[in-house]
Write a protein that binds this ligand. Structure first.
Ligand SMILES: *[C@@H]1O[C@H](CO)[C@@H](O)[C@H](O)[C@H]1NC(C)=O
Ligand SMILES: *[C@@H]1O[C@H](CO)[C@@H](O)[C@H](O)[C@H]1NC(C)=O
Length: 433
């Protein structure tokens, strides 16, 4: 007996009938999907891997954004803005000085005038002090100095009247309010009171030494995340702009790792008579382009690893990455430790801290093996939310204003901010010798 039936000839009509139930199924499916209730935002914040990113992610604003006033309330119109003279030195601080410049300009609490050693009004035959005098510096409420090419020379303006704020200084301490790049720099031996007295000479008085968190511009300006799925496990190494190409570390073989090369060009000098800080100056456009290129690289990367990761320092590169949806792999920062350690991929401190340690390839592979995709996506979103709240220019500006208030109320000395801690595990800095 034959058990197999002879092949049936497929009737032509069945070929046409088959797609009908299939089509009905597709229609039913689409109808069901269309009527599906919206996914609650809290579920998305909790597990973006499962439920997709909330709709504000990569668009603005978010419900978590920093606001200087309580929600819904307009910032009151400021009748007496502080007159600020911002003095920017040509220095590695330039991109962040431009962020500062924009944030003061857009605040109604300030009336800003900017001067720099490459402004058309600057006379390089004169001392910085004399240039500031020509700019009428004693008429201002604040002089805010960024960067330090002219040494720690006394700016000598409006003694006893003008409040001086400084940041990014090689040798801080001349100003009434000194903002340190890292809070633990307070502990440097050369920042001891006696050492400062020796540096700054007779008559020097200790002002207020403090720190405010770094910041960078979120969307629509520059740094914002992509809603497209990036390969969460692709790692981009970001060297410093000042590091020569020949000193870049060797990347492991494969497609997971890549390196970002900042442009080698130096910024164009402003055209004769052109204010470098005017929105259309070519000098400013150059920096904007550079930042946009960097932002795109961060947006397309899964994990951002910065030169200097071994020091565990929170800086504006980390702010930029978090705002761009890139997970930062770094030794957990000692300062702001509790607030930020859960927002990064925690690398182990290398056994010896050298200037250019080997890339933490094994360490990162182990971490990526341990973290699920879902955990990684949640990390991205949590870091993004925190950065939009704490690492944006308006929140930094508020931080500086409150430091000045402390100074005005008689606050002098070393201001150990909340969350400040420093142990000697990382083997450098502070009182660790
Ligand atoms: C803003 O600053 C400029 C330059 O110092 C000054 O001429 C002007 O009067 C200031 N405006 C206000 C409202 O203080
Ligand atoms: C700011 O500090 C300088 C230098 O210590 C001091 O001479 C000046 O009086 C201070 N400013 C004010 C407004 O007191």
């Amino acid at each position: 007996m034959r058990l197999t039936a002879p092949p049936r000839s497929t009737s032509l009509s069945s070929l046409f009938i088959l797609p009908i139930p299939l089509g009905l199924l597709i229609i039913a499916y689409l109808a069901a999907v269309g009527r599906r209730p919206d996914i609650p935002e809290s579920a998305q914040v909790d597990d973006p891997h499962q439920w997709g990113f909330p709709k504000w992610y990569g668009n603005r604003p978010t419900p978590f954004d920093y606001r200087s006033t309580s929600q819904g309330e307009e910032e009151e119109i400021c009748d007496h803005p502080k007159n600020v003279l911002l003095f920017i030195d040509d220095s590695p601080q330039i991109p962040s000085a431009l962020t500062l410049h924009s944030s003061i300009t857009s605040s109604n609490r300030f009336n800003l005038t900017t001067i720099s050693s490459f402004s058309p009004t600057w006379n390089s035959d004169l001392l910085p002090k004399e240039n500031l005098q020509n700019a009428g510096c004693d008429q201002f409420d604040w002089i805010w100095k960024v960067g330090d090419d002219s040494g720690h020379a006394d700016l000598g303006c409006g003694e006893g009247k003008v409040i001086r704020v400084e940041e990014g200084m090689r040798i801080p301490g001349r100003a009434n309010v000194s903002l340190l790049t890292q809070p633990h720099h307070i502990l440097k031996p050369e920042h001891k009171h006696d050492a400062l007295k020796t540096t700054h000479g007779e008559g020097w008085e200790l002002g207020l030494w403090t720190h405010v968190l770094p910041s960078s511009y979120p969307r629509p300006k520059i740094f914002y995340p992509s809603r497209r799925i990036t390969n969460r496990r692709s790692i981009v190494y970001f060297p410093l702009r000042t590091t020569a190409t020949k000193d870049y570390p060797k990347l492991p073989w494969g497609r997971t790792w890549s390196i970002y090369s900042p442009s080698r060009r130096s910024p164009p000098s402003p055209k004769a008579g052109e204010d470098p800080f005017s929105p259309n100056s070519r000098w400013r456009k150059f920096w904007l382009k550079e930042e946009e290129r960097l932002a795109k690289a961060m947006r397309d990367a899964g994990i951002c690893l910065f030169e200097g990761w071994q020091y565990g320092e929170l800086d504006d590169r980390i702010a930029k990455a978090m705002l761009s949806g890139c997970i930062v792999a770094t030794v957990p920062p000692q300062t702001h430790h509790d607030a930020f350690s859960s927002l990064i991929l925690p690398l182990a401190t290398p056994s010896s801290v050298s200037i250019l340690p080997d890339l933490p390839v094994d360490n990162l592979n182990q971490l990526l093996h341990k973290y699920t995709n879902s955990q990684l996506q949640r990390l991205t979103l949590n870091a993004f939310i925190s950065a939009r709240n704490r690492l944006v220019p308006p929140s930094r500006l508020k931080g500086v204003e409150s430091a000045v208030h402390i100074w005005e109320d008689g606050g002098r000395g070393y201001d150990f901010k909340e969350g400040f801690r420093w142990d000697c595990d990382s083997g450098h800095g502070g009182w660790c010798g």
